[in-house]
Design a protein around this ligand. Structure first.
Ligand SMILES: [Zn+2]
Length: 293
C-alpha cells in the first residue's frame, strides 16, 4: 500500500460559520514545472530562486490546486465555481462531483452555482458530458464577465481557447442565469463584489452570518507566496495585468485590515486563511482551528 498518494490526502474541509455550513472541496491539483511563467514574469531566475528558498519552496515548479467552496445557508446550497469536467479517479483533477458526494451533497442538491469568472478551471465542471452536472441549479455570474466573454471585447489573444470553452458551456445556460453587478445580493447573507482584472468581470462573494464573515475571492491571487508577497508582480494568468495588480492590492489591503477569513481557489488546501501585513508585503496565514472555537 502506497500511502504517499492522493487517496489519503485530505480533500474535504467542512466547518460552521454563523448559521452557514461551509465546505472547501479540492477538485484536484496539477504539478507545474516552472514558476515563471505563469508567476513573477518581471523577476529573474535568481530572484525567483531566492524568494522560493526564503519560503522553503522548490524553485523549479509549483503545485496548482483547484478548490471550489460550497455553502449551505438559509435552506439553499450554493457552489462557487465548478472545477474541471468530471474525470476518472486516476486523473489529477476533475474530482469535485465525486467529492461533493463524500461531503454529503448529491448533484441535485446544488441550488445555485456562483461563478467567480470564466477561466476553464472554474467553469468546465458545469457540464458532465452533454448534461448539466447540477440538474436543479440556477447560475449567477458577473454581468461584465458574461458580456466580455460573449462579445470577445477585452479578451486577450492567448485566451481564444478559453473563449471557445465559454461559448460552448455558458451561453446555453443563460435562461437559468442571473447577472450580477457589484453589491448585488445572491441570497440573504451573500453579496457579490467586483474584483476585475484577473478576468474582465471577475467577482468575489462575501458571506455574512451572525457577525462572522468569509470572502470567497476566487483568483484575486493565484499563488500563496508569489501573489501575496509580491502583489505588484506580473502574472501570466491575469487578463488585464495592471487592473489585476490594482485589484489584488485593494483586496489584500482590505482583507488584512479587516481580519477577514478568505476562501481562495488556488490557495493551498484547505484554501481557507487570513492575510497578514508584513513590512510592505502580505503573507498568507492558513486557517487552523478558528472556526471550531
Ligand atoms: Zn483559476
Amino acid at each position: 500500500m502506497n500511502i504517499i498518494n492522493d487517496t489519503y490526502r485530505s480533500t474535504i474541509h467542512p466547518f460552521a460559520l454563523g448559521e452557514a455550513v461551509v465546505s472547501t472541496i479540492q477538485d484536484g491539483a496539477h504539478i507545474r514545472d516552472a514558476i515563471n511563467p505563469p508567476f513573477a514574469l518581471d523577476k529573474s531566475d535568481e530572484e525567483i530562486a531566492q524568494i522560493a528558498a526564503s519560503n522553503n519552496l522548490p524553485a523549479h515548479g509549483f503545485e496548482s490546486g483547484y478548490t471550489p467552496t460550497v455553502i449551505r445557508i438559509g435552506g439553499q446550497t450554493i457552489l462557487f465555481d465548478t472545477g474541471f469536467a468530471p474525470l476518472g479517479a486516476d486523473e489529477p483533477a476533475g474530482h469535485l462531483k465525486r467529492r461533493l458526494a463524500h461531503a454529503g451533497y448529491a448533484p441535485k442538491d446544488i441550488d445555485i452555482v456562483a461563478f467567480t469568472h470564466c477561466h476553464p478551471d472554474h467553469i468546465l465542471g458545469v457540464m458532465d458530458g452533454n448534461t448539466p452536472t447540477y440538474p436543479n441549479a440556477r447560475y449567477v455570474i458577473g454581468r461584465k464577465e458574461f458580456d466580455a466573454w460573449s462579445s470577445g471585447e477585452g479578451i486577450p489573444e492567448q485566451r481564444a481557447g478559453t473563449r471557445d470553452i465559454f461559448l460552448k458551456l455558458i451561453p446555453p445556460l443563460a435562461d437559468r442565469m442571473t447577472f450580477l453587478e457589484d453589491g448585488d445580493s445572491v441570497v440573504s447573507g451573500l453579496t457579490a463584489e467586483a474584483a476585475f482584472g484577473h478576468s474582465p468581470g471577475h467577482m468575489m462573494y462575501r458571506l455574512e452570518s451572525r457577525g462572522k464573515s468569509l470572502l470567497i475571492w476566487g483568483d484575486v491571487t493565484n499563488h500563496f507566496v508569489f501573489s501575496l508577497q509580491y502583489p505588484d508582480s506580473l502574472v501570466g494568468f491575469d487578463d488585464d495585468k495592471d487592473l489585476a495588480i490594482q485589484t489584488r492590492n485593494r483586496v489584500l489591503d482590505m482583507v488584512a485590515t479587516d481580519g477577514l477569513m478568505v476562501s481562495g481557489f488556488h490557495m493551498p488546501f484547505p484554501s481557507i486563511g487570513y492575510v497578514e501585513r508584513t513590512d510592505g508585503h502580505f503573507r498568507w496565514t492558513p486557517a487552523t482551528y478558528q472556526a471550531r472555537m
